[in-house]
Ligand binder design. Structure first.
Ligand SMILES: NCc1[nH]cc(CCC(=O)O)c1CC(=O)O
Length: 309
């Protein structure tokens, strides 16, 4: 029996599995190997098990990655496939996000039950979301809307919507596309007015630093523009000390040798907001993101971060 040359770790949600299958398909194509050369190892994480509280209350993004990162360090798996936007900016020692696959649509989608467009929701309508960024943006435009905590996987959220628990919800276009469910989208949000989370829409691969065999296997999967855009967005997030309690948005675009970036920070109640934009050479992506963070921090003032933290 042929043993797998690479073990791919992933969470077990439909979206996580779709991302792991996509990664496997790209690995097969790049190396002309059969499916059996890559084993998908499904893992349950604390984040998947805790369903009744907001993530920001129980420990944040790390809850979805701890078990998987332990397996990666122990050599039980060789790579882990994640949604970049779910990844903390600092990773356990010895691990890194080595490869970013070509990005899907980074924008947010509105899924309305009674109206198509978010802005057309009636006064006092109920919207489901547990993302602090989306909550702050919703409140910024429509302080009258009632927001209910909406955790669980994409399917669970859409079922709650169908059952009438809420009038609408927001999800990433990318996730819905990967699940083959883009037809539920009733409005694609303008990324200037309703900017996405840093990293949204991009699959990343986490691996051990200095593992030459794995690096060689992964190399053909790296998508240049996405790698550069994500270096900028994650530098912005990291310099703002992006915790789950800070509504932060940011999106970079790479065009040839140039990069442009726009970022936003908001207070959770949506009443205060700062925007920043930056441009420069693609080779300076991380510097541009970090500099944009320093400038937006200065423009906002320290009380912006301390007032409600
Ligand atoms: N936090 C859950 C999560 N993580 C990544 C995605 C979507 C896919 C992506 O951004 O790549 C989603 C669901 C959503 O926000 O709709």
């Amino acid at each position: 029996m042929q043993t797998a040359s690479l073990k791919i770790g992933t969470r077990g949600s439909k979206l996580a599995l779709a991302q792991a299958y996509e990664t496997r398909r790209r690995l097969q194509e790049a190396h002309g190997l059969p499916e059996e050369a890559f084993e998908i190892v499904t893992m349950s994480t604390a984040g998947d098990r805790i369903q009744d509280r907001a993530l920001s209350e129980v420990g944040g993004k790390g809850l979805f990655t701890e078990e998987i990162e332990r397996a990666l360090k122990d050599g039980d798996i060789d790579i882990a496939v994640h949604s970049t936007k779910d990844m903390p900016t600092s990773l356990p020692e010895g691990l890194h996000l080595s490869v970013f696959l070509e990005r899907e649509d980074p924008r947010d989608a509105f899924i309305g039950r009674t109206v198509k467009r978010f802005i057309d929701l009636p006064e006092g309508a109920v919207v489901g979301s547990s993302s602090l960024r989306r909550q702050a943006l919703i409140r910024r435009f429509r302080p009258d809307i009632k927001i209910v905590l909406f955790r669980g996987n994409v399917q669970t959220r859409l079922r709650k919507l169908e059952e009438g628990e809420v009038d609408g919800t927001f999800l990433a276009c990318a996730g819905l596309r990967r699940l083959g469910m883009a037809d539920v989208i009733t409005e694609v949000l303008d990324p200037v007015a309703f900017p996405p989370a840093p990293g949204q829409g991009a699959i990343c691969i986490e691996s051990r630093i200095g593992d030459a065999r794995i690096d060689a296997l992964l190399k053909p999967l790296a998508h240049r523009e996405t790698q550069i855009a994500l270096a900028c967005e994650r530098a912005f997030l990291s310099a703002l000390d992006g915790s789950c309690r800070t509504p932060i948005a940011g999106l970079a675009k790479v065009d040839g040798d140039k990069i442009s970036f726009s970022g936003m920070i908001l207070t959770p109640d949506g009443t205060r907001m700062h925007e920043i934009s930056a441009e420069g050479a693609a080779t300076d992506a991380a510097l541009i993101g970090a500099d944009a963070a320093a400038r937006i921090r200065k423009a906002a003032g320290e009380d912006f971060f301390n007032g409600w933290a």
